[in-house]
Design a protein around this ligand. Structure first.
Ligand code: TXA
Ligand code: MG
Length: 367
């Protein structure tokens, strides 16, 4: 199948005529994308977190096609994207006061909430679970797409299963060209890591995947306790030497020390660049010294080395660039990546480290 590129880039500046022409082109692109979705096809779409791979959430065939295009294990449920709160009634009958407060505070935005699902939501969308994950993305193109299609749109990150999530339409094209009907072209994702996933089906709201919206912010809004899935603190597989695998997408972290994660997707090896990756943890000075030494050591062995040295002063920049840097390393044929740990006592830092640890197969060296 040939993947169509649909130009939905919205004007930032230009003459009035240019701006009008771009708006018209974007509207036509969104209209065409909506038609494809209504016919059961697949369209990648921009969001503020990462690009998603969209299909009609209530059409089991579309959901199945999403899994096939990504090479995703079928027990890993999809997030359903909506543009208006009244769409929730198609998906769940259980919206608590807590959920209402969180929607007021964070939607549209990078918070996904898990509810008990209605019968109409196919098991093929929820990986066989009796719950459904829902979010309202903060992106004008995608909000317009959802409205125009009139659908609830299932959308996992638009990468091949196992590789870093895409933060630009080019990333999506590199992974999924020929496997999906179309890509809505727009700008780079602002946040750069995926949404916070919050389970609201138990008595105490529980973060299953950390993200840009922090447990402190959630707690402040609901005026109560928020728990973290204990599995998030599991940060090393029992056998570190088995941290890398020929087929990263099917590598399970089952043999990790501690409990299994409650979000099925969190148990899979993810975000893996082709290069070997090590995360250095310690004082900035010690990390920089060891990074230089390691890089020289690898280079004398003929390896191409890249350094990803993030700053705790600007975690937003670290979040925004992590996945695109990992992809750049792959494109440039890097063999060895030396990365610096970010401060995990900060909740955004914790979310970034959650992704980095998986990218590096839990290969961390304290210096
Ligand atoms: O920012 C995002 O959330 C992006 C954009 C495209 O919206 N989407 C995304 O989807 O990251 P995906 O499929 O790559 O990750 C969804 C995560 C997985 O870890 C999955 O297991 C979990 O959410 N999840 C989805 N539905 C769930 C459910 N009913 N119960 C528990 N975990 C669920
Ligand atoms: Mg994903």
């Amino acid at each position: 199948m040939k993947t169509k590129l649909l130009d939905a880039r919205l004007p930032r500046e230009g003459s009035l005529e240019e701006m009008q022409a771009m708006r018209k082109r974007a509207a036509a692109a969104i209209g065409e994308a909506a038609d494809i979705l209504k016919r059961g096809g697949l369209v990648a779409f921009p969001t503020e977190t990462v690009y998603g791979l969209g299909g009609d959430a209530l059409n089991p065939a579309a959901a199945a096609a999403i899994y096939a295009a990504k090479g995703r294990p079928s027990d890993n449920p999809l997030i359903v994207h909506i543009a208006q709160r009244d769409q929730l009634t198609q998906l769940t009958g259980c919206v608590s006061e807590t959920a209402e407060k969180l929607m007021d505070a964070f939607w549209p935005g990078p918070l996904t909430m898990i509810f008990k699902k209605k019968e109409a939501v196919p098991n093929g969308t929820t990986g066989g679970l009796s719950t459904v994950a829902v979010r309202m993305p903060d992106d004008p193109v995608t909000l317009a797409l959802i409205r125009e299609s009139g659908l609830c749109i299932a959308g996992p990150s638009a990468n091949l299963s196992g590789s870093p999530s895409p933060t630009s339409w080019e990333h999506v094209y590199n992974d999924l060209s020929g496997r999906i009907d179309a890509i809505l072209q727009s700008g780079e994702s602002r946040v750069g890591i995926e949404s916070t996933v919050l389970d609201l089906t138990e008595e105490i709201p529980t973060v299953l995947r950390p993200g840009w919206v922090t447990p402190e912010e959630i707690g402040a809004v609901i005026g109560g306790r928020v728990e973290m899935d204990p599995a998030l603190f599991v940060n090393r597989p029992r056998d570190v030497s088995a941290g890398r695998d020929e087929q990263p997408e099917i590598r399970l972290l089952e043999d990790c020390v501690g409990p299994a994660p409650k979000a099925p997707g969190m148990k899979y090896r993810h975000y893996a660049p082709k290069a070997e990756m090590v995360i250095l943890q310690g004082s900035q000075e010690a990390v920089h010294r060891e990074a230089k030494r390691l890089a020289q050591e690898q280079e004398t062995r003929g390896k191409k080395v890249a350094m990803l040295l993030f700053s705790d002063e600007d975690l937003a920049a670290a979040a925004k660039t992590l996945f695109s840097e990992l992809r750049r390393c792959d494109e440039e044929g890097v063999d060895f990546i030396v990365a610096s740990a970010v401060e995990a006592s900060d909740s955004v830092g914790f979310a970034i480290m959650n992704r980095m640890l998986k990218s590096a197969g839990y290969h961390v060296v304290t210096v």
